[in-house]
Design a protein around this ligand. Sequence first.
Ligand SMILES: Cc1cc2nc3c(=O)[nH]c(=O)nc-3n(C[C@H](O)[C@H](O)[C@H](O)COP(=O)(O)O)c2cc1C
Length: 450
Amino acid sequence: MALRAYLRRLLISNELKVIMTEVDCDLEIAAICRDEFSSFSGGNAVIFEAVKGTSVRISANLFGSKERLLKMLEVDEEGLVTLIRKMIRSGTDDAATNLTNACRIPSIECTEPEYKYQELTLKGIPALRSWPQEKDRYLTLALTHSVSPASGLCNLGLYRAAVVGDQEIALNFAPGSGADDHLQMAEARGESLPVALILGADPALFWAAAAPLPTGCSEYGFAEAITGRPVTLSSCLTQPLSVPANAEILIEGELRPGERVSEGPFGNHTGQYVTRVDCPLMRITAIRHRAQPILPITVVGPPPCENIHLAKFNELLLREMLIFDFPRITDLVMPEMTAFHGVAVIAIRQDSVADVADLIQRLRQPTYLGRSRLLVLVDDDINIHDLELSWWRAVNLVSPERVIKTDKGFIINATGINRNRLVTADQATTALIRNRHYQVSSEALENLKL
Ligand SMILES: Cc1cc2nc3c(=O)[nH]c(=O)nc-3n(C[C@H](O)[C@H](O)[C@H](O)COP(=O)(O)O)c2cc1C
């Protein structure tokens, strides 16, 4: 499904607002989107038909609610859990391997892309400035496509892209990300890394590109396995890459060895502006687009924001992978406020101390939660979706020897509560007070001598 087909569906179901008044991608559009998102249960998706200084239209708030994100994937929540479980359990290996194998769906090659025009320049693409102290303009829903110089497998990642020149973009992929792996390999060979930025192809790819898929697991295969919609690819003009043929805009380019640039300040989900000085620099070699293209955007910043729905689906995927690989784990929650900080609470079936220590070692591997900043492990006798309760349990048990420092942050092992010493009401007394009748007198209240 192309972005336009998805927008048509939203139009039919009355979830699309079209703004005809001319608007500015400098602060104004972001502010309208924030207003819309906080108006009522995530608000409507929005199309800005007249964007100042360009013929490119903008679509926003595309996954502003869980229901809308499910609509994008054409599945209900139960169906999504079933599909994910099926993939994770599809083989005899671990979750990551099984999932990777289940997503090995051959993509269809096609020769005729839907982006036929080459009239746009980078300046003409209405990249966003969302917060007053931002200096650069950002493509906030650009999917970076690159191929491993070693294995030939491709990666699709959602990273912010700052327009830093007439022909240059700073790509902010983090160390350890899929694109970073590819760049490291290319640089070790002294080669440039070909990249393509995909703007507005099948909307299911937004989640696939942001999901914590194992290295080597195809984002295209994942999107297709969830939606049942095949991804059709087309060759780039100037780079040796094949990318979705139905994108609204495609930017081709390369990352030359060692070239870095400064990017920021950017208003981040932490609520603070961030700056990065060593951002990989993409040199553009071609831009292609459809007639009257529609640029998809999202507004990043302090919560609440629509991206939380992507994060909650990531939580669902991680939960299922962990439960499959570690039968001692019964649940995982990534609290909304901290979902983009790598924070998770994990419920664990009570076990011997040695078993929990072994589990912690394995969780630190990159496949699982190795890049987390804070993991809190608690016993599964409490409902960890009640965050006050998890917090209370963790605080009660925390002590220096229960805090493990990792490369990226901390793990708090708050498991191993002594169930015999839990303060709980006795059932006999509870039953007794339920069954007795206690006389309450308003007359006595008036005559009460205090
Ligand atoms: C709106 C949004 C913006 C994001 N921006 C970045 C970013 O700038 N850099 C980054 O490394 N990850 C960013 N992420 C997280 C990545 O998309 C996520 O870690 C994904 O799994 C990366 O894919 P990879 O493992 O193939 O690199 C962002 C996620 C969202 C939802």
